[in-house]
Ligand binder design. Sequence first.
Ligand SMILES: [Zn+2]
Length: 400
Amino acid sequence: MPPGSTQTDKPGTFQRTDRRPLALILTIALIAPVSLHAGDTPAPTPEPNRLRAVVETLASPEFAGRSGPGAEKAANYIVDRFRALELEGAFDGDYSQTIPGQEPGTRIGRNVAARLVGSDPKLRDQYVLVAAHFDHLGVRGGRLYPGADDNASAVAMMLEAARCLKTSPTPPKRSVLFIGFDLEEAGLFGSRYFVAHPPIPLDRIALFVTADMIGRSLAGLCGDHVFVMGTEHAPATRPWIESAAKGRPLTVDLLGADILVLNRSDYGPFRSRGIPFLFFTTGENPCYHTPRDVPETIDHPKMLQISRMIEQVVRSAVDAPEAPRWSDHPDNPLAEAVALRTVLRILHGHRDDLKIGVAQEFVIQSTLRLLDGIVERGAITPEERARVIQGARVVLFTVL
Ligand SMILES: [Zn+2]
């Protein structure tokens, strides 16, 4: 999808929202003296200019594609933001966790994290983690890999979530850790090291939330779609997502993380340990892992909506009376089949642009036929799901 072409940019919508601010300012001005006491102060929400500024900063040449000295600079940048928010360091008061190299005395990078202590004495021992990896591919062959979508987009979301929760008039009940992981691109080194050396006991993690690439669309074709994985192991998170997505110009697709075969982002080490997790992504697109992953091609309105949705999900997670429970037996909803059918139809509709060959075409057609039957019947068997997943994987791996 071309940048900036989500529903929020449609001329009709624009005119309507355009008039609203003035009316709103007038209303606030009229009622403010009498009714704007603490309880009425609206909760802060991720702001477009702030998100954009983080993406533009981290993707700028000074950050060298956030590898080597660039990664160091990015870690410092995130720490400065934590400090400005007056959040405490998550590692015994320190903001940084050094990731040692194989040779004694060497280091290969560092994670950064801050803690916001919960307000409820009964719940504050439990933690919600909000994480994004800040590293990327660096400069290769003299070319800069800016990594605007991968993953400056989610770092911006994480920093905005930190600002919103910290400055909220109603502080979160559970505690929160905001984390910037290093060395994701090298093989999830940062998150793996964190889980092996956690600053809090792992059984106190109520929910791990991460996002990786939330600024574009799958194959550059899937418009307002955003994928959420992990609810299959923690179905209690679904109402939170549903309510956070309500009224937004987004199509939220719940998928099982097993569709990706391997752990493709920092949720992996948490998932392996049976910790409830949510992973948000808009998926791979033509700029993925290329020097073209620049801020100019980010769909900023979409990224804003996703950031606001995630912040709202986190809000639900920190205040919910019960923490979500991990289930070993994935509960894959029928909605997954519906979502996969929609996505496969979109990709199939662009088979010429995507240079889909005869063999892939056959896989898509037979998977779509299978999905039609499943959706019509309103039920899916484990065998059918296995076939659907296999078909979807073939398409995703060969097309993208
Ligand atoms: Zn990434």
